[in-house]
Design a protein around this ligand. Structure first.
Ligand SMILES: Cc1cc2nc3c(=O)[nH]c(=O)nc-3n(C[C@H](O)[C@H](O)[C@H](O)COP(=O)(O)O)c2cc1C
Length: 316
């Protein structure tokens, strides 16, 4: 697949990389519900992989050949390790590499993630190293580390790195997810991109709930190329649908059953305990009579078979 970025629809919609969420199982579930134009893996640590191999990264990079286009998101603080992991991702059949420069979690900030906002030279050399694998390289970041005013300097630096796409989660590292995303800054960011690097695509992320919400943002902000949706998928598994409409209880339960089947199919690769599936139940089992009781019963199950037994008892 050549540089797929230029073949994406305009605007394009992406499902955000989310650790312990956007694995092969959940991506395939959303593929059935209503797929985005672009997929990302969960973030994968380069140094962990270089030193400990598959053991360190579990099933984060497991994918199927029909997932297209799919980008491996990597992170770290050692450019040489980023280069090696990027090469490995190419061999695995990923179509692009995205470098995470925004994760605010303590363990990530020690060596990478949003720490790179404070180490612009390291950020630049990580990008250069990842590029040597030969796949298109993009970056996902935040507006700054501590102060909102950092955004112009930081984004100027990134736009000078000749990356194919920049995704901006419209908050600073310090803000975590505690304040509304700064949508008011989008026009200024578009102007900066146009001035410094018009060939770099711009993807906006933060508090965007679904496709129609994304379309509103695009209409208000010409020049934005893509919309990335993260947590919106937890309130609506059909968030990427073209024309949103009501879905029946049976459709939601059908999706959940599909996710249970996929879990069984891939758990030998993802090695995720059954308990990790439970965070998803509230996505499908809600807003109908008896939903909270049903959810409660599902939360007490210990296997996919037990979950299916609970679902079998629903009177349709
Ligand atoms: C459970 C969870 C896991 C996440 N994991 C990642 C990750 O692996 N890589 C990344 O770049 N961002 C990660 N994020 C951040 C999201 O990609 C996104 O930037 C953030 O949730 C804001 O977008 P939203 O308001 O649409 O959710 C994660 C967010 C959540 C809620």
């Amino acid at each position: 697949m050549q540089n797929f970025w230029h073949d994406l629809p305009q605007p394009f919609f992406a499902l955000a990389p989310m650790e312990a969420v956007t694995d092969i199982v959940f991506r395939h579930t959303i593929q059935r519900a209503s797929p985005p134009d672009l997929w990302f893996s969960e973030f994968t640590n380069a140094t962990g992989w270089v030193h400990a191999g598959e053991k360190a990264i579990g099933g984060r990079l497991v994918k199927t050949d029909d997932e297209k286009p799919i980008i491996a998101q990597i992170w770290g603080g050692e450019p040489g390790d980023m280069e090696q992991l990027a090469l490995h991702c190419k061999e695995l059949g990923f179509h692009g590499i995205d470098i995470n420069m925004g994760c605010p979690v303590k363990s990530a900030v020690k060596s990478g993630g949003s720490a790179l906002i404070r180490k612009p030279e390291l950020a630049a050399s990580s990008i250069q190293s990842a590029k040597s694998a030969g796949l298109p390289v993009s970056v996902k970041t935040r507006l700054g580390y501590t102060h909102l005013s950092e955004w112009t300097g930081w984004l100027t630096h990134l736009f000078k790195q000749d990356i194919v796409n920049l995704t901006i989660h419209l908050r600073t590292k310090k803000e975590m997810s505690k304040v509304p995303a700064h949508h008011e800054l989008i026009p200024g960011i578009v102007r900066l991109r146009d001035e410094l690097s018009p060939q770099t695509l711009l993807t906006i992320n933060g508090d965007i709930m679904n496709r129609s919400h994304g379309m509103q943002i695009i209409e208000q902000n010409p020049g934005v190329n893509g919309i990335m949706i993260g947590r919106g998928i937890f309130t609506d598994p059909y968030a990427f649908e073209d024309r949103s409409h009501e879905h029946s209880r049976n459709e939601y339960i059908g999706l959940l059953r599909y996710q249970l089947d996929l879990y069984d199919q891939y758990s030998h690769l993802t090695k995720r305990p059954y308990e990790t599936l439970k965070r998803f139940y509230k996505i499908y089992i809600r807003e109908f009579e008896g939903a909270s009781e049903l959810r409660d019963r599902l939360m007490h199950t210990r296997s996919t078979d037990q979950a299916r037994e609970v679902l079998d008892q629903i009177v349709l």
